[in-house]
Write a protein that binds this ligand. Structure first.
Ligand SMILES: [Fe+2]
Length: 140
């Protein structure tokens, strides 16, 4: 493929990616809701020092995180597809452990979040599949 065709293909991929990203904004709100739900659960349980939780959150935000994605939309998509699977497994496993201890409300909460994450994983897998189809040279 010559440079112009490859460049055109890349721009086409970029355009499609932007459309996909636009439809993903709602997910950001959903992910935030997951954090809020778990935070409120911890607060209402009365079993943790919320001041320490909030301090930890602020430290994490303050430190930031460099995932070495280099603002590359393909890398971001691939990273996120794995991250969605990881959070699905994590919340699902937490639900299983909590079930053994009889906290049905937390089981329900973790199950709810795990189900969302499974949907996200499925969607990202389809996105990656499509990107491989439309722009295999760049995504690899
Ligand atoms: Fe997610």
């Amino acid at each position: 493929m010559d440079f112009m065709s490859r460049s055109k293909s890349y721009r086409k991929g970029q355009k499609r990616f932007q459309m996909i990203i636009s439809s993903l904004w709602a997910w950001t709100a959903k992910e935030n809701m997951h954090g809020d739900l778990l935070n409120k659960y911890l607060y209402l349980s009365g079993r943790v020092d919320m001041r320490q939780i909030e301090k930890t959150i602020q430290y994490l935000i303050g430190l930031g995180m460099d995932m070495k994605l280099e603002n590359n939309p393909y890398r971001i998509c691939i990273y996120t597809s794995f991250k969605e699977r990881e959070t699905f497994i994590s919340h699902n496993n937490t639900a299983k452990l909590v079930r053994e201890h009889g906290d049905t409300e937390l089981v329900e909460l973790c199950g709810f979040i795990a189900a969302d994450e499974k949907q996200h994983e499925t969607a990202y897998s389809k996105i990656i599949e499509k990107l491989f189809e439309i722009d295999p040279d760049e995504i690899v």
